[in-house]
Design a protein around this ligand. Structure first.
Ligand SMILES: [Zn+2]
Length: 264
């Protein structure tokens, strides 16, 4: 796909000869259109072109809360307390190297009925430009870290910022992972206004939505933690129920039975 786009843009340079102003505009328009298309392919969270992905959950009145970038020894623990108090199960897309630093938090989340998923090994921000070897390592090391932390092999994957990569589809297939996107982005990474985060969810929520939040942020997650109880109560009052973004079954297939029992 990207090779084809590269060929189109380079071939369009031939249109410049013989040079005229209108030909220059035509080439600039082709470059602009291809650039927009590449940006769409790499950045749009729900586009299906580079990798098949799921951005909804099944079931009438069901919603899924998903938390990216953890675990954090303080904020994730507070979030787990809150979810326990409310009786809500959620899906955690953990960063492998952080899970290795705080495996007890991941173990606790799993033990309390949440789902743990792969959010790469290092959360490299230029994910779409990774070499093939590094891409595979980011996926495989992320999976291994989750398995080490909670004894369960992850089935779901989400890339940093939802970025795509031309080789993501075959590599995820090899790793037995399903790409999970979202329908509601709260942009809790950019605001400390808990009311705004709550409104961004409450104004949009419809059956099947997958909601993207973060349980680890450089400036802390106080706003998210403040917004969440209100969001949960209000959505429940509207008749919604919270579900995991995928099944927890078959999670012990990589473990010995005894280890599996203790992991559960
Ligand atoms: Zn992330």
């Amino acid at each position: 796909m990207f090779i084809l786009l590269l060929l189109v843009t380079n071939a369009s340079l031939a249109l410049l000869y013989p040079f005229s102003r209108s030909r220059l505009f035509l080439v600039a328009a082709i470059y602009g259109a291809v650039t927009l298309l590449v940006l769409y392919l790499l950045f749009h969270p729900r586009n299906q072109w580079l990798v098949a992905n799921r951005s909804r959950v099944d079931g009438a009145g069901c919603l899924a809360l998903t938390f990216d970038d953890g675990p954090d020894p303080v904020d994730t623990a507070k979030l787990l307390d809150l979810l326990k108090e409310k009786g809500v199960k959620a899906t955690f897309f953990v960063v492998g190297k952080r899970a290795d630093q705080h495996p007890e938090i991941v173990r606790r989340a799993w033990a309390e009925g949440h789902l743990i998923a792969n959010h790469t090994w290092s959360h490299y921000s230029l994910f779409c430009f990774l070499s093939p070897r590094r891409l595979r390592a980011e996926i495989e090391r992320g999976t291994e870290s989750v398995r080490r932390s909670c004894g369960s092999r992850p089935r779901l994957f989400r890339s940093p910022v939802g970025l795509r990569h031309a080789l993501l589809a075959p590599y995820l297939k090899d790793a037995g992972l399903e790409y999970i996107s979202w329908t509601i982005r709260t942009r809790d990474t950019l605001t400390a206004d808990s009311g705004l985060i709550a409104r961004r969810i409450l104004n949009k929520a419809v059956s099947g939505d997958i909601i993207l939040l973060h349980d680890r942020l450089p400036g802390g997650t106080a706003a998210m933690l403040e917004a969440l109880p209100r969001v949960i109560d209000e959505l429940r009052a509207r008749g919604f129920q919270f579900v995991l973004a995928g099944p927890r079954e078959n999670s012990c297939d990589t473990l010995e039975p005894a280890a599996c029992e203790s992991a559960l």
